[in-house]
Design a protein around this ligand. Structure first.
Ligand SMILES: [Zn+2]
Ligand SMILES: [Zn+2]
Length: 269
């Protein structure tokens, strides 16, 4: 079986490590990977104000061309040992669909692979970076009313992202659909939200999309679970939805994280 990691960050990530591309690549080769996708956070829409303190959720627009150049060189250099895909993790931000679509129209042709993710939620005109920290999540609980309300808003936004018209270069893969559970051990939720999760899976299936099977949650101290969780993965597999493992590594040492928690189709019969 081909070993693939479809979600890796890079030295261009302003909130990640400065580990070089080569460190990630050499480590992936060591671990036996056949194919990896670099998925840097795409530059955020110009008119969007990043709510994080350092405004560092996305890569700098000025670095984008160099990111593509670097990857095209590395692809050639490592051709024999590893298939390297050029990708971007593109944010879906409610209210910024038009800007996101025009970004994709301009740069989509540079991409071999891409992910559409929700990190920002909108309520009463205010955007929060939902997964930034447990402190932010706590403040959000005050505004949203409960942890469950945040989960509901997250799933609804993911559903909107799948249905959104972002043009012909819209990413096919949907990022970490249960990211709202990142702080579940500190701020537990009570409801299953299965109606929304089922709607997400149906939309993924009908649009021919894929799911990011993301290992990062497994090592987060208040999560300890991959995104999405086992019950959801089982449903997705039965629906014929493709899942692609992603370490979501922000440093070379994070490669392979969460892999031991994945369930494979053979576990589900
Ligand atoms: Zn990141
Ligand atoms: Zn993400």
């Amino acid at each position: 079986m081909k070993l693939r990691d479809g979600h890796i960050h890079s030295p261009y990530c302003p909130h990640g490590s400065k580990d070089s591309f080569t460190r990630y690549i050499e480590r992936a080769i060591e671990l036996g990977y056949d194919e990896i996708s670099f998925m840097e956070h795409a530059p955020l829409p110009k008119s969007f104000t990043d709510p994080t303190p350092d405004k560092d959720s996305g890569m700098k627009m000025d670095h984008l061309e160099q990111y593509f150049y670097d990857l095209s060189d590395l692809k050639k250099a490592y051709k024999k040992d590893l298939a390297i895909q050029t990708g971007l993790e593109v944010d879906f931000i409610k209210g910024f669909e038009t800007e996101t679509a025009s970004f994709l129209t301009e740069y989509g042709k540079e991409l071999d692979d891409s992910i559409l993710s929700v990190h920002f939620l909108l309520k009463d005109g205010i955007y929060d970076c939902m997964d930034f920290s447990h402190q932010v999540f706590k403040r959000m609980i005050t505004r949203y009313g409960s942890s469950d309300s945040i989960h509901e808003a997250y799933y609804q936004t993911v559903l909107d992202s799948i249905m959104a018209d972002l043009g012909s270069f819209k990413p096919k893969r949907i990022g970490h659909i249960t990211l709202a559970r990142k702080f579940q051990l500190k701020y537990p939720f009570a409801k299953s939200h299965s109606h929304l999760i089922d709607a997400i899976l149906k939309a993924v299936q009908e649009t021919g999309s894929e799911l990011d099977y993301n290992g990062a949650g497994a090592v987060k101290p208040y999560c300890r679970e991959v995104y999405p969780s086992e019950d959801i993965v089982a449903k997705a597999v039965h629906m014929g939805i493709p899942l692609v493992y992603g370490s979501d590594a922000h440093q070379a040492d994070d490669l392979n994280q969460g892999r031991e928690q994945l369930i494979l189709p053979s576990d589900l019969s």
